[in-house]
Write a protein that binds this ligand. Structure first.
Ligand SMILES: [Zn+2]
Length: 311
């Protein structure tokens, strides 16, 4: 059986999976992403490979990595990884190929998630779609004619940095009012804190620390503050998506990442803005789809890339 060792190198978690060509995950392990140095990361990959081999007797054909970074996939090189700065400028594929004597492939995490959803998830059969991943930040990928649109320098798809509020919240990218500042899971928490003083009845009113998941649970329980926060999130997401629909005329928009779990409390507000702002024809064409692979989209996409390159 042909199998690939796929890694999703998140800012927080490093997920390793053994994947076959049909997208079946035969083995999986999640550990913390090493933050100290490249050497520690390479050691960790070696440890995971060893553990994987102890539990399986298939022959691994390649290593494939989804990374939260601007990168050059062809050269297997990371250009800039804001959450893991020790990877900046590193030819990670070369290093792993030398260390483990296996071919290595590299892709940006949002692109990998889109490739995964197109191969095995919500976007099967779609040739022109947009993938948006709602997590701590907002990632994006554009699929045109069955391929990722990378732009001339490989930097395309930064949907999280579309401006939706010209004088809005400053963003890590240097601009302000970016979609990421209103539609990410961290934005949900921040907006809840900003707005809670108006909602003394809310169960989140005097909590010091809480997660976006807890805001969602409050919304499901009809908490007025939480519902208002997701209305705002859905509103800004709709503004961003309406522009993308007008510009790209895609057949679908796939929404994934942990934040997409709150789909039922924000999506109606997103649809409303798309209807109000985008041209009718492309707005009717673009189906909004909830991603179906969850946290596995990145590893499955990474595995798919390796299979396509190898066979
Ligand atoms: Zn930004």
């Amino acid at each position: 059986m042909k199998v690939v060792f796929a890694l999703d190198l998140g800012g927080t978690n490093l997920r390793a999976c053994l994947v076959d060509s049909e997208g079946n995950i035969l083995w999986r392990k999640r550990t913390e992403t090493p933050r100290a140095s490249l050497e520690v990361l390479v050691d960790r990959v070696g440890f995971l490979l060893k553990e994987c081999n102890q539990h399986n007797n298939c022959e691994i054909k390649a290593i494939s990595i989804a990374a939260p970074a601007a990168l050059n996939a062809e050269k297997g090189m990371i250009l800039k990884a804001p959450n893991l700065p020790y990877l900046d400028g590193v030819k990670i594929c070369e290093i792993l190929e030398d260390s483990f004597k296996l071919p290595c492939f590299l892709e940006n995490d949002a692109n990998a998630a889109a490739i995964g959803e197109q191969a095995f998830g919500a976007a099967v059969g779609k040739e022109a779609f947009i993938m948006i991943t709602i997590g701590t930040g907002v990632g994006g990928a554009i699929f045109v004619r069955n391929e990722i649109w990378r732009g001339l320098d490989g930097t395309a798809g930064e949907i999280g940095h579309i401006c939706v509020e010209p004088l809005g919240v400053p963003c890590g990218c240097g601009s302000r009012g970016c979609l990421e500042q209103y539609a990410s899971t961290s934005a949900v928490v921040r907006m809840t804190k900003e707005m809670r003083f108006k909602y003394p009845e809310s169960r989140l009113h005097s909590r010091l620390v809480f997660s976006s998941k807890e805001v969602y649970e409050a919304a499901v329980g009809a908490d007025e503050l939480a519902l208002k926060v997701f209305e705002k999130m859905g509103f800004y997401l709709g503004i961003g998506l309406a522009s993308l629909i007008n510009v790209l005329n895609p057949e679908a928009i796939v929404i994934g990442g942990g934040g997409s779990n709150a789909w039922d409390v924000f999506i109606s507000h997103t649809r409303e803005q798309i209807q109000k702002r985008a041209y009718n024809e492309p707005a009717e064409r673009a189906t909004l789809l909830k991603a179906t692979l969850g946290d596995d989209a990145g590893v499955l996409g990474a595995a798919r890339i390796a299979f396509e390159e190898l066979f």
